[in-house]
Design a protein around this ligand. Structure first.
Ligand SMILES: Nc1ncnc2c1ncn2[C@@H]1O[C@H](COP(=O)(O)OP(=O)(O)OP(=O)(O)O)[C@@H](O)[C@H]1O
Ligand SMILES: O=C(O)c1ccc[n+]([C@@H]2O[C@H](COP(=O)([O-])O)[C@@H](O)[C@H]2O)c1
Length: 170
């Protein structure tokens, strides 16, 4: 939110990544867990894709833009997702309709910046030093930021053993 000078962040708890074979833990449990972790007046944890009935991000963004025509949305994701962005449904529609902010992730910094999406849209890249412009930029525009990196994945956390069906017992 600070890096890109955004007004607020909606943390979308996904009903299920369309590219992953195994479904996640129940949505309400993940929403509760995310809310317990993130209490910030300008960050909202939301399961809005359950309301819009969409799974693919392009469809979610189209629905959100219809529901909130005056809001300027920015899509935020980790670098691993930029590396395989070209496999997402209608990924060019996403690039062409909203600015995209990408957070560095260990192991994915180079693959992300060399990815088909990064190469095809290289002239629309905003330099990290000008990252504060992303929120007000006209799409297509994307920016890669070198935030402090955390070398952990959801899969690793779930396999630590103290989780039951992907959820930490109370
Ligand atoms: N350590 C991390 N650094 C940067 N971004 C991350 C990190 N972990 C997750 N993300 C980002 O957060 C979002 C949600 O990720 P998700 O919950 O699928 O975790 P994951 O660790 O990528 O999952 P998996 O273990 O299945 O690969 C994605 O946009 C992802 O890129
Ligand atoms: O639209 C797609 O094809 C698509 C493919 C992979 C991931 N996504 C979205 O990217 C977000 C992060 O996914 P994940 O599994 O890394 O948590 C989540 O909102 C997914 O719905 C979207």
């Amino acid at each position: 939110m600070k890096a890109f000078e955004l007004d607020r962040v909606w943390w979308l708890v996904s009903p299920g990544n369309p590219l992953k074979r195994h479904g996640p833990a129940p949505l309400d449990q993940r929403v509760n867990a995310a809310q317990a972790l993130m209490q910030h007046p300008r960050v909202e944890v939301t399961d809005i894709e359950a309301l819009t009935g969409t799974r693919a991000t392009a469809d979610t963004l189209t629905a959100l833009q219809r529901l909130y025509p005056r809001v300027r949305f920015v899509w935020l994701m980790g670098a691993d997702n930029l590396a395989q962005f070209h496999r997402w449904k209608d990924w060019r529609l996403i690039m062409d309709s909203v600015p995209v902010g990408v957070m560095a992730r260990p192991g994915d910094r180079i693959s992300a910046r060399m990815s088909p999406a990064a190469r095809l849209y290289r002239r629309y890249r905003i330099d990290g030093q000008a990252r504060h412009l992303l929120g007000r930029a006209q799409a297509p525009a994307w920016c890669f930021v070198n935030v402090p990196m955390v070398d952990v994945s959801s899969t690793q956390i779930r396999t630590r053993g103290d989780w039951v069906n992907g959820v930490l017992p109370e």
